[in-house]
Design a protein around this ligand. Structure first.
Ligand code: DGT
Ligand code: CA
Ligand code: CA
Ligand code: ZN
Length: 580
């Protein structure tokens, strides 16, 4: 099944392929309009496409720009993930043709002309044709346009795409497991932004200690998901993986492993500061290790801790290495000693079940949380306003609580009655007061009207936080990584209101969210605001995202004592109990 954004992408692709084929512009625009309507849809597609076939087309055709024919295609894409028309178009046109549309000023019409005249079917084709001076010979093009196309290609190639941390770690860890199967590999680790738990990752960096670099790189290249070898040298190998991510492998003898791992972990800003400190001590720090300026002797360094110690400070956890005060703290001996760790968490906060838009039953979610060693699980399905996500009304909520009591009989993990309540436009929460007081846990989140201006949004949040039942702010600014920026509000003012209202803030491990941003977590800490680290899981597998929440929290210097779901259940309940 495709969601609305995926269906929108498919419609766009159809529109572009039709355009490249020189189809009627009206037809092309219809797909474009349909795609936009879906992207702007507030609800999930599964809600608009109701199980009743007559009904579903009616709801879809209510949307601007969607007629019967397009509605049928949307339903088919949504339900089967495929469409014969799209398959046919993809088969007719070369696969690289759409990437040409990324070049500025090169519309589908021009691409069609180049394709027809020169057989150009990809960016490399077009680049070669420009360099050979063949593009200027095509009708409608000249020397100037040839030059502009080349510039466009250069610019395109200089902006590297980024990937979600979860995807980079999943892939990176598979590669690590593969590497560690080689007897030539003594040690292997992920470095770079993935090791620092950055929310998005440019490429995967790997470091290996070995006496036999040739054997290691030969073994590395046997990894099944490699699509293309970009570069291969004595000790460096770069590949493109299926799916587009790049991975760089460096192999060094064991005695250089610690300093290279440290170097490749970064960040650059952190290293610039360390290099300055090293120089003050008569040393140079680089990827080659720590070397005495006078005489050029390399100091033996067996671990990162030893490297930091040589520079006069304590080991700094990778998530903190951003030159955001960690070096000063390490020098002063004031680095937090109790940064939150995955094993500190006792409770799973924020999950959805089939009662709203989750994919599993309450019992399945409970058993999965239990299997992870959790002591409690807050069941937080959506409130009524979130109709697109099957939000509960009071009647269904009462029945959910009955089920919760039944499931509780069968599982050891303590189930808490929760909700993810919408913060409405006026700042009120989406339940009657009498119901709000009966929850164990209320997560309050914004799911609609993201485009309010800064003033209105700030007021909406401040008003919400003044209510005594406001206890946990869910996925704060609503960003979706690589897709939707955070909404606008005056964050410091909102954090002041949260502190005053004694509310906690969620740090979401949902790989597409990873909110609260680290800089805001630190501002919240300064105000004494506590956190919960959650997954926003919609399935048992989703519970495994807790680690990404922990990584995000650590980047914000969050300590165990600040995380409410590191507490035993009774203390957790006291801390989040909605009160009036
Ligand atoms: P990414 O891949 O864009 O998400 O970010 P990183 O941090 O993984 O950066 P990447 O892959 O370009 O390089 C990995 C590490 O290597 C980086 O964190 C620090 C180190 N490094 C790379 N280039 C330089 C440089 O020009 N100077 C210094 N000091 N370190 C560098
Ligand atoms: Ca990297
Ligand atoms: Ca790299
Ligand atoms: Zn939510």
């Amino acid at each position: 099944m495709l969601d609305k954004l995926e269906v929108a992408r498919a419609l766009r692709e159809i529109g572009m392929l039709l355009e490249v084929k020189g189809e009627n512009p009206f037809k092309v625009r219809a797909y474009e309009r349909g795609a936009r309507a879906l992207e702007e849809l507030q609800e999930e597609l599964s809600v608009v496409v109701a199980p009743n076939p007559a009904d579903r087309l009616d709801r879809l055709t209510d949307l601007p720009g969607i007629g019967d024919a397009l509605a049928k295609k949307i339903v088919e894409l949504h339900q089967t993930g495929r469409l014969p028309l799209l398959d046919r178009l993809r088969a007719e046109l070369p696969p690289g043709i759409l990437e040409l549309l990324q070049i500025p000023d090169l519309g589908a019409r021009k691409i069609a002309a180049l394709h027809a005249a020169l057989g150009v079917a990809s960016i490399p084709d077009l680049e070669a044709a420009c360099l050979a001076g063949r593009v200027r010979e095509v009708r409608g093009f000249g020397e100037r346009s040839e030059q502009k196309i080349l510039e466009g290609i250069r610019r395109l190639q200089s902006t590297e795409p980024r990937h979600l941390l979860s995807e980079a770690l999943e892939m990176g860890e598979r590669i690590l497991a593969h590497l560690r199967r080689s007897p030539a590999v003594e040690r292997a680790e992920l470095a770079g932004s993935a090791r620092r738990s950055r929310e998005t990752v440019g490429d995967i960096d790997l470091v290996v200690a070995s006496r036999d670099p040739t054997a290691v790189s030969t073994h590395f290249l046997e990894f099944l998901r490699i699509a293309e070898v970009i570069g291969q040298g004595e000790t460096k190998t770069s590949v493109r993986l299926g799916g587009g991510m790049q991975a760089d492998l460096r192999v060094v003898p064991p005695e250089d492993y610690a300093t290279l791992l440290h170097h490749l972990t970064g960040s650059k800003a952190h290293h610039v500061r360390l290099r300055g400190l090293a120089r003050d001590k008569g040393l140079t720090l680089s990827e080659w290790g720590l070397i005495e300026l006078a005489g050029g002797k390399k100091l033996p360094i067996a671990s990162e801790a030893e490297l930091y110690q040589r520079l006069g400070m304590a080991w700094i956890p990778p998530e903190l290495r951003e030159d955001q005060g960690e070096i000063e703290a390490a020098l002063a001996g004031t680095l937090p000693q109790d940064l939150i760790r995955l094993e500190d968490l006792q409770g799973m906060v924020h999950c959805h079940t089939r009662w709203s838009d989750g994919r599993a039953t309450m019992e399945e979610m409970a058993r999965a949380a239990e299997a992870m060693g959790m002591r409690y699980l807050t069941v937080t399905d959506h409130s009524a306003t979130a109709a697109y996500a099957g939000g509960l009304d009071v009647d269904r909520l009462e029945r959910q609580w009955e089920e919760l009591a039944r499931v509780q009989e069968k599982v050891a993990v303590r189930l808490l009655r929760g909700t993810e309540a919408d913060i409405l436009q006026d700042g009120s929460l989406d339940w009657p007061d009498a119901i709000l007081e009966r929850f164990d846990v209320i997560i309050a989140s914004i799911h609609s009207r993201f485009s309010m201006d800064e003033e209105a949004m700030t007021q909406r949040l401040v008003r919400a936080m003044r209510q005594p039942v406001f206890k946990i702010w869910g996925h704060a600014l609503g960003r979706i990584l690589l897709e939707r920026p955070p909404f606008a509000c005056r964050m410091e003012e909102v954090l002041d209101a949260a502190a005053e209202g004694r509310a906690a803030i969620e740090i979401s491990g949902d790989p597409r969210r990873l909110e609260l941003e680290p800089r805001f977590a630190r501002l919240a800490s300064q105000r004494g605001i506590p956190f919960v680290i959650s997954t926003d899981a919609h399935s048992p597998e989703g519970l495994a995202n807790l680690r990404y929440g922990v990584g995000t929290a650590r980047r914000g210097w969050v300590r165990r004592t600040e995380v409410l779901n590191s507490l035993p259940v009774e203390e957790f309940l006291r801390a989040v109990k909605p009160a009036r």
